[in-house]
Design a protein around this ligand. Structure first.
Ligand code: AMP
Ligand code: GLY
Length: 417
């Protein structure tokens, strides 16, 4: 089978790495891929949001696996065909590309989430913040690459944010509509499940670390590291999350005439009142995939085909015992401005971990930084603590000018295990 993976980050390297182990897969192409992917697949210089280019290149490709949200929200699966593309069609991708759409659906289907208001004009937003308890959260409804969520502590901050998003359009069209919601406290967890619109096969739960600095301080990023599985959720907890959150979401879409196929990702806060949805994503998580997929025994290609062909009811997913931790190495300045083109050394010294490239470029035999999140180093261990220690021992062998990593990935939960 000839497979194309769309995207060029750490998640896509992980997908290509896992697909390359499948006996069903003969050839893999990555559009555009990255320096690390180049070692195991053919990289084609077509950007993930170039839907025309993707359509043209994949004419003779059997299956197109879509990594990032942008091409999904642009309708890439509608274009390549829903029996060839892996991921939801454009209307279903609204679950991520419009937080207003997702929240309205959660409201209709009684899915547990923070109390919210969707506001379409500034005056409405100003009305909805009156008398609301601080802190609360203001979110741009559209795609903002993880930069559209703001916690506000007082009225003037809230008004300023509303003005910035809805009037000044600091995030462009993404802030035309906003969601205002209550602040939730608890542990954050990412639950990902394959679904063919009828059946649900959950992956092991994982925990991302979204903030830049240790102890969850600093700005939000795409994710600075993740581990899986989370020891504080049982299989029964995950089953109940599928029943109370995933099923109503997918059935709610079906009622609107939209069939959801692909991976659905719920970002949850485990509160004192149970799990509540922070957001839905319509794809694999990054860096969650870098922690989950190395533990997966099952053949990823088989699961992708079963999803597309709506046969998930006859499938199961098996995972190895133990834990995996992925530590992200980032460029100094990320998630703001950063420099590229720094030589990366020490990769060959890493023996006890898998290196997933994100923002890298290969020039002959050397690797250079080419993005904000540069690499993910994933190590496995019998306990969460073992996997954390190993991931850091290995990650420290890698150097580039300005390398930055959080030092506490998994440690808060790992130290209690
Ligand atoms: P989102 O893109 O909606 O998942 O938001 C990004 C991050 O902001 C989440 O991963 C949480 O860490 C945080 N966040 C979002 N919504 C809330 C909320 N209602 N209460 C507390 N934290 C939140
Ligand atoms: N790790 C967060 C995301 O994939 O959106």
């Amino acid at each position: 089978m000839r497979v194309a993976v769309i995207g060029g980050g750490g998640r896509e390297h992980t997908l290509v790495w896992k697909l390359s182990k499948s006996p069903l897969v003969d050839e893999i192409y990555a559009l555009p891929g990255n320096g690390g992917i180049e070692e195991i697949a053919e990289c084609i210089d077509i950007k993930a949001n170039d839907t025309e280019g993707i359509l043209k290149f994949t004419k003779d490709i059997d299956i197109v696996v879509v990594g990032p949200e942008e091409p999904l929200s642009l309708g890439i699966v509608d274009l390549v065909g829903k029996y060839r593309g892996f991921g939801p069609v454009k209307d279903a991708a609204l679950m991520e590309s419009s937080k207003a759409f997702a929240k309205d659906l959660m409201g209709r289907m009684n899915i547990p989430t923070a109390k919210f208001d969707v506001c379409r004009v500034k005056e409405e937003a100003l009305l909805k913040i009156k008398g609301r308890e601080f802190p609360f959260v203001i979110k741009a409804s559209g795609l903002a690459g993880g930069k559209g969520v703001f916690m506000v502590e007082n009225e003037s901050e809230a008004k300023r944010k509303i003005e910035e998003l809805m009037v000044e359009r600091a995030l462009g069209g993404a802030g035309k509509e906003i969601v205002i919601e209550d602040f939730l406290k608890g542990e954050e967890v990412s639950i990902l499940a394959f679904t063919d619109g009828k059946h649900f096969l959950p992956l092991i739960p994982s925990q991302d670390h979204k903030r830049l600095l240790d102890n969850d301080k600093g700005p939000n990023t795409g994710g600075m590291g993740a581990y899986a599985p989370v020891p504080f959720l049982s299989d029964d907890d995950v089953e109940s999350i599928i029943d109370r959150i995933f099923e109503p979401a997918v059935y709610g879409l079906k009622k609107e005439g939209i069939k959801y196929k692909g991976v659905l990702y719920a970002g949850l806060m485990i509160t004192d009142d149970g799990p509540k949805v922070l957001e839905f994503n319509v794809r694999f998580g990054d860096p969650e995939s870098q922690a989950i997929l190395p533990l997966m025994q099952s053949d990823l290609m088989e699961l992708i085909l079963a999803t597309i062909e709506e046969r998930l009811g006859e499938m199961r997913i098996d995972f190895n015992n133990g834990y995996a931790t992925c530590v992200v190495l980032a460029s100094s300045g990320y998630p703001g401005k950063y420099e590229k083109g720094k030589e990366i050394t020490g990769l060959e010294d890493v023996k006890d971990a898998v290196i997933f490239h994100a923002g890298t470029k290969r020039v002959e035999e050397k690797f250079f930084t080419n993005g904000g999140r540069v690499l993910g180093v994933t190590a496995m261990g019998d306990t969460l603590k073992d996997s954390i220690e190993k991931a850091y021992t290995e990650a420290e062998k890698i150097h580039f000018d300005g390398v930055y990593m959080r030092r506490d990935i998994g440690r808060r939960v790992g130290s209690k295990q």
